[in-house]
Design a protein around this ligand. Structure first.
Ligand code: 13P
Length: 254
């Protein structure tokens, strides 16, 4: 089974429109016409439209970092899946640990968002991962299995196939403390096994599972060489075009 590797840049709450355009243009120049790695940029909501214009007619795809689960209505401050589609998004990051921890997003709520995204034709990038306390208590497998099962509850195999998973151990995010390739592979193989139970073996083999958490040019290649790591969800290093492009280069399957 060959899964197209993917590298997505999660810009988080960074970049005003001017610098966002510059960064997207630099990534576009570096990516050129390459399609061996799927490149996705996830700027903040306010920069989606300008970045969409920069990456139009390039292989680079656009994603958002969050959305609401309802289609429309009285939800002050929220953004719907249709609004994301309207400005050119094809992807949306859901259930990031910064939202689970800072905005009380439960697995059930993430599941509602995943269903809404799929229904609207967006590809969700669903984040899961344990905290340091959970890892040290030996709960990594329990926590990650629960997050995968509950966040993807009720999805049909066809919908599972359109979903991307990102394993992001919370203790590795923004800390410079990356999971070792073996640590990440171990959990990602477990995630694929859980996906097999939710769907079937062929579905599990088709789903891309990214690793996220302090991925840098220096460690990307060893991580991406692992059989169940299909690319990365990159935070800090995606804000620097040269570093991000190096990570993209590391994701191609030689
Ligand atoms: P860093 O790459 O900055 O650790 O962030 C990872 C992340 O949270 C991507 O979603």
């Amino acid at each position: 089974m060959t899964r197209q590797p993917m590298v997505a840049g999660n810009w988080k709450m960074n970049k005003l429109t001017g610098p966002a355009v510059e960064l997207a243009a630099a990534v576009k120049r570096g990516v050129g016409t390459r399609t061996d790695v799927q490149v996705v940029l996830c700027p903040p909501f306010t920069a989606l439209k300008v970045v969409a214009e920069v990456v139009a007619r390039s292989p680079i795809r656009l994603g958002a970092q969050n959305m609401h689960w309802e289609a429309e209505g009285a939800f002050t401050g929220e953004i719907s899946a249709a609004m994301l589609r309207d400005v050119g998004c094809e992807f949306v990051i859901l259930g990031h640990s910064e939202r689970r921890a800072g905005f009380q997003e439960s697995d059930a709520l993430v599941n509602r968002k995943v269903c809404a995204a799929l229904q609207a034709g967006l590809t969700p990038i669903v984040c899961v991962g344990e905290t340091l306390a959970e890892r040290e208590a030996g709960q990594t497998w329990t926590v990650v299995t629960r997050q995968v099962r509950a966040s993807l509850a009720e999805l049909k195999p066809e919908q599972l196939r359109r979903t991307v998973i990102a394993y992001e151990p919370v203790w590795a995010i923004g800390t410079g403390r990356t999971a070792t390739p073996a640590q990440a592979q171990e959990v990602q193989a477990l995630i694929r096994a859980v996906l097999g139970e939710l769907g079937d073996g062929a579905t599990a083999q088709a789903i891309r599972i990214l690793y996220g958490g302090s991925v840098k040019p220096a460690n990307a290649r060893d991580l991406f060489r692992q059989p169940d790591i299909d690319g990365g969800l990159i935070g800090g290093a995606s804000l620097d075009a040269a570093a991000f492009l190096e990570i993209i280069g590391a994701a191609c399957r030689e």
